[in-house]
Design a protein around this ligand. Structure first.
Ligand SMILES: Cc1cc2nc3c(=O)[nH]c(=O)nc-3n(C[C@H](O)[C@H](O)[C@H](O)COP(=O)(O)OP(=O)(O)OC[C@H]3O[C@@H](n4cnc5c(N)ncnc54)[C@H](O)[C@@H]3O)c2cc1C
Length: 381
């Protein structure tokens, strides 16, 4: 089915993203997985091409695209190469940068945004703690006022870009008695005294991304590192989570769709019992089902992208998009592995890695159980 949400400007942008990926990324992407991280050269080159500042106004060095469909195109193309590229770019440019753009003071924007757009300041977002991620309101990292400064103690875990980030937007408890209404966002530079990182976490998939635990031991910061309202952090995060979930959904479908197309070709090329394996009625029907699932999901997702562009995407629709697409992605990729037979279980095959990479999409950015909780509440339950 033709998708109608993109016009020729978006397609021209897509062509430039592809050109960048083919020239500067795909030839080296195996090394990203071996080194368990995306090198700084990727960020600097992406910055030069204007791919990191889609959310950042021109006066701060960004492209100021003002049209979420460009973010969607970027997320799609990166995720087709591999899921980790999509998620790491998403954390930097699509999820964390908007906190600074929309909540930052003029001085903060001038201080950080040009570096963010250029790839010189890599961003991460620290919400999850070792004691829990789903119950965000119960987070334990604290900031206590001491004269003109805040003193931050605690830790975060599973932080994407955490090992290499230069600036971490971190959710911290500032009013212990106020639970959700006692959380503040701090922009914590990796150079701050008392900030440290654990090792790169050893994940089941998405080898190309660095994911780390972060520690804060008497990190002292002034008010100029508070992002948004003191004690307003929970509301700020709730306002930003729909875009994060939409970005995840875009990546989920693009990733699965790409591997499905590659799998279709494999089933045409691979022979058994004197015919292509795709021609067995079971395979043919299965592939028919999988392509249908992707296209039907894409139609809902595209409506979400349009709604988000108009400022009308509800948190509930974002939750529906996130849980549904991650289930479809995992279902499709599991079948793609099966269609590859034994090769589907070999790490040297893209399908095997894609299958591993996909599993986390049901867990992060709010687990699918939490998504269904939000949808259920909206049903009045
Ligand atoms: C690779 C990776 C990258 C990540 N990147 C980031 C990042 O950049 N920044 C960040 O802040 N976090 C990040 N996360 C953390 C992620 O968002 C959390 O793992 C997720 O929110 C779940 O939190 P948890 O792991 O503490 O699980 P828990 O909250 O302990 O949940 C465990 C299980 O209980 C279920 N559960 C919990 N509460 C309920 C409920 N009310 N009803 C029904 N079921 C429930 C959950 O769905 C889950 O199945 C990342 C995680 C991974 C694995």
């Amino acid at each position: 089915m033709n998708r109608e949400i993109y016009d020729e400007d978006h397609e021209a942008f897509r062509a430039s993203v592809r050109e960048f990926l083919e020239r500067s990324v795909i030839p080296d992407v195996e090394a990203y997985a071996e080194k368990k991280g995306i090198p700084r050269e990727f960020w600097l080159e992406a910055g030069k091409q204007g791919f990191l500042g889609l959310e950042i106004p021109e006066e701060y060095g960004g492209a100021g695209a003002g049209d979420y469909r460009f973010n969607a195109v970027m997320g799609e193309e990166l995720s087709k190469v591999n899921a980790a590229l999509g998620s790491c770019w998403g954390i930097h440019a699509d999820i964390t940068a908007p906190y600074l753009v929309q909540l930052g003071t003029e001085e903060q924007k001038q201080r950080w945004l040009p570096g963010v757009a250029a790839g010189e300041i890599l961003l991460a977002i620290g919400m999850t703690e070792p004691s829990g991620g789903s119950d965000l309101a119960a987070l334990k990292t604290t900031a206590v006022r001491d004269g003109d400064e805040w003193v931050i103690n605690g830790s975060k875990t599973f932080i994407t870009n955490g090992y290499s980030a230069d600036l971490v937007i971190t959710a911290v408890r500032t009013s212990p008695e106020k639970k959700a209404r006692g959380i503040t966002l701090f922009a914590i530079p990796a150079t701050a005294e008392g900030f440290s990182r654990g090792r790169k976490l050893d994940k089941v998939g998405q080898d190309e991304s660095d994911t780390a635990e972060l520690f804060f031991e008497n990190v002292r910061l002034g008010d100029d590192h508070v992002v948004g309202e003191v004690d307003g952090g929970f509301i700020h995060m709730m306002q930003k989570l729909p875009q994060e979930r939409l970005g995840c959904a875009i990546s989920n479908i693009a990733h699965a769709q790409q591997i499905l197309v590659e799998t279709l070709q494999y089933t045409k090329d691979r022979k058994a019992f004197g015919q292509s394996i795709g021609q067995f009625q079971h395979s043919k029907f299965l592939l028919a089902e999988l392509f249908t699932k992707i296209e039907v999901s894409q139609a809902f997702l595209d409506q979400c992208v349009v709604a988000h562009g108009k400022g009308e995407l509800t948190p509930v629709d974002a939750a529906k998009a996130k849980w549904w697409t991650s289930e479809i992605q995992n279902d499709v990729l599991d079948h793609c592995v099966q269609l590859h037979g034994g090769y589907g279980f070999m790490n040297e095959y893209r399908v095997a890695r894609a299958w591993r990479d996909a599993r986390v999409s049901k867990i992060w950015a709010g687990s699918n159980e939490i998504m269904k909780e939000l949808i259920g509440r909206d049903l009045g339950l």
